[in-house]
Design a protein around this ligand. Sequence first.
Ligand code: ACO
Length: 322
Amino acid sequence: MKYSSIAGTGAYLPERVMANKDFEAMVDTSDEWIRERTGIKRRHIAAEDQTTSDMALEAALKALQMAGVSKEDIDLIIVATTTPDKVFPSTACIVQRRLGVSGFAAFDVHAACAGFIYALDVANRFIKTGGASCVLVIGAETYSRIINWKDRSTCVLFGDGAGAIVLKAADKPGVMSTHIHADGRHEDSLHVPAGISSGYDLVQREEAFIHMKGNEVFRAAVGVLDAIARETLSINGVQPGDIDWLIPHQANLRIISAAAKKLDLPMDRVVVTVDQHANTSSASIPLALDVAVRDGRVQRGDLLLFEAFGAGFTWGSALVRY
Ligand code: ACO
């Protein structure tokens, strides 16, 4: 039985930083409201000519470097994104070309804020079944392009960025288990209504932006994240107290705190980056992981619990021995 293990991490954040105060001139909001209701202080915003693959590539190169893996060793690229550079080819194919390698499979996974967990699940299955042995798993998003900058209820919540891991075949786990779920009945609670087959009409620009019933999403997220954490721990015979680091999707500090409280985990065992990055959707977990690896909080051998919730609804978790 083969296992998979995280060999290296990397991240990229665009240079431009937007503070909460910067929104005060654009919409009826305040730094105080944003901090209190979300925990967000600032976010990074991509330059006008910067795309999701630009950020994905930078994060991937850093992860390869940390893993000590050459790009020729990669035999699969999976990019989790809902903001691809183009309708096609996939962002994964663009990253593959820009890395200067070819031949092996590369594809995107689309599961909104749970995208990285979905991609990790797929990559882990490829490795366990012998279909790949060295996978670049990337979460990268440019949400600034689908934000309605006039809608105070959503524009303050998101940021841009990318995170990546190199997942390699190993004799021991590594990835102990992954769990992914969806409930498509909630399509209208969180969506970007415009699409290709439904007619991407630029005249109806409102339709090309994020629409969210924030309260509904908040309640659903808190409920299912607790359920999935318990599912993950119980399958592995692990107690909440055994977790060294909870690394959740970074949407709202109140959702993160509620998840930690239900597990009886103190906040000093939770990696929080939402204050600095806001919600970067698929990128948020690998970004947070990379921050905590590089600042020395996450050490080899630590037990990590990843969990995420997003549009679909989709949600998922992974228990990982780093
Ligand atoms: N500044 C000031 N006031 C605001 C702002 C703002 N930026 N946004 C909303 N308000 C107002 C509302 O209009 C409302 O005013 P009213 O009472 O006069 O009607 C009031 O603040 C309260 O609004 P709520 O929506 O009830 O505020 P809430 O405390 O629920 O916070 C939030 C809103 C932050 C969006 C929260 O619901 C949330 O985080 N939801 C979950 C987001 C999430 O997890 N998304 C999942 C991933 S995203 C993805 O998959 C793409």
